[in-house]
Design a protein. Structure first.
Length: 333
């Protein structure tokens, strides 16, 4: 037989798909103390399911005369590796066994079978596997921002503040987003307060009277639960009565510290005189008249604006009552 080349661990690891079971497996071959060790693990199973077998060279010869051609386990692994790589090995699961087989190019025997039994499941390992899986899911949930859970202490702190942006760090984050969006990273943002709900009232008419035709504006919204979000537009509010496209517009969540954009800038905001600051043609964020006195405002995010966290702008609430709104005129200097 051809002398085997040195192979690393990954060279002796293969993926096989069982179409009948719609399951994939990882198969690894190794030489441990002159024994052929075959370990087959069922991918994505919790607890993990493994099939393990160990063969000496004599064991293999008893299985098939074909293995008389080999002088060492390393040669056997080399041959099996070639067969796996060339997809010449058949694979079948039967209850708690897995059969792997291959037809031979030589007419020694027609087909060789190796039986790999399912390993006993260790109850302690089940618990370990489940803990690992739960922790991985928690990490994924956190990375996707799907939990929607912000601490009660943080929400209370949000509500106690007279201003929606709590500190200079949050202000800098939002200003940096604006400068990046407007391709003005080397400049500064000057913010001038145009409208504040607790100062000016919650009439949509007042909002438009104070904010129309002011150029770039930044809107900040806080609901009565303490969740905060906002939107930036580079076009005027004008009470034109329709949707306005703005390739520079974006929404954001202050709790998740993320921005959200439309696909192409169309329908960035709704400019109806009867609405408060409203973004997206699906009303990703809609502020109703008398919004601090009713639950008519709602969050239908994501719709026009892209995102994966449903209603993250409002803390998971569809309808909500507004606690505060601030609208700033933005100058880039």
């Amino acid at each position: 037989m051809e002398a085997p080349k040195t192979a690393n661990e990954k060279d002796n690891e293969f993926k096989i798909k069982d179409n009948e079971e719609d399951t994939s497996y990882t198969i690894s071959l190794s030489n441990i103390e002159n024994n052929l060790n075959i370990n087959i693990s069922e991918d994505f199973s919790v607890p993990s399911i493994n099939y393990v077998a160990k063969f000496t060279l004599n064991d293999l010869v008893k299985q098939s005369r074909y293995f008389k051609l080999f002088e060492s386990i390393d040669e056997v692994i080399h041959e099996l590796r070639n067969l796996f790589s060339e997809k010449k090995i058949k694979f079948k699961k039967q209850r708690s066994l897995i059969l792997i087989s291959f037809s031979l190019p030589l007419k020694i025997v027609e087909e060789v079978f190796l039986t790999i039994p399912q390993a006993e499941i260790d109850s302690k390992k089940i618990i370990t596997d489940l803990c690992v899986t739960v922790n991985e899911l928690r990490k994924q949930i956190k990375s996707l921002g799907l939990s929607g859970k912000i601490s009660e202490e943080q929400l209370a702190k949000n509500l106690q503040s007279n201003e929606i942006l709590l500190n200079e760090d949050e202000k800098k984050m939002v200003c940096d987003w604006i400068l990046k969006q407007m391709k003005s990273e080397n400049k500064k943002v000057q913010m001038t307060l145009l409208y504040k709900l607790t100062r000016d009232g919650d009439s949509c008419g007042t909002f438009h009277n104070k904010c129309n035709n002011q150029g770039y504006t930044l809107t900040l919204i806080r609901n009565v639960k303490g969740y905060r979000c906002g939107g930036f537009i580079s076009k005027n509010w004008t009470s034109c009565g329709g949707y306005v496209s703005d390739p520079n517009g974006f929404l954001f969540s202050l709790e998740y510290k993320e921005q959200y954009f439309t696909m192409d800038g169309t329908n960035a905001f709704n400019d109806n005189s009867g609405n408060g600051p409203t973004f997206g043609n699906g009303y990703d964020m809609y502020i109703a008249n008398s919004c601090s006195q009713n639950l008519s405002s709602y969050c239908n995010f994501p719709y026009a604006y892209g995102g994966i966290k449903a209603r993250c702008l409002s803390g998971g609430y569809y309808n909500f009552k507004v606690n505060e709104i601030e609208v700033f005129k933005i100058n880039i200097i």
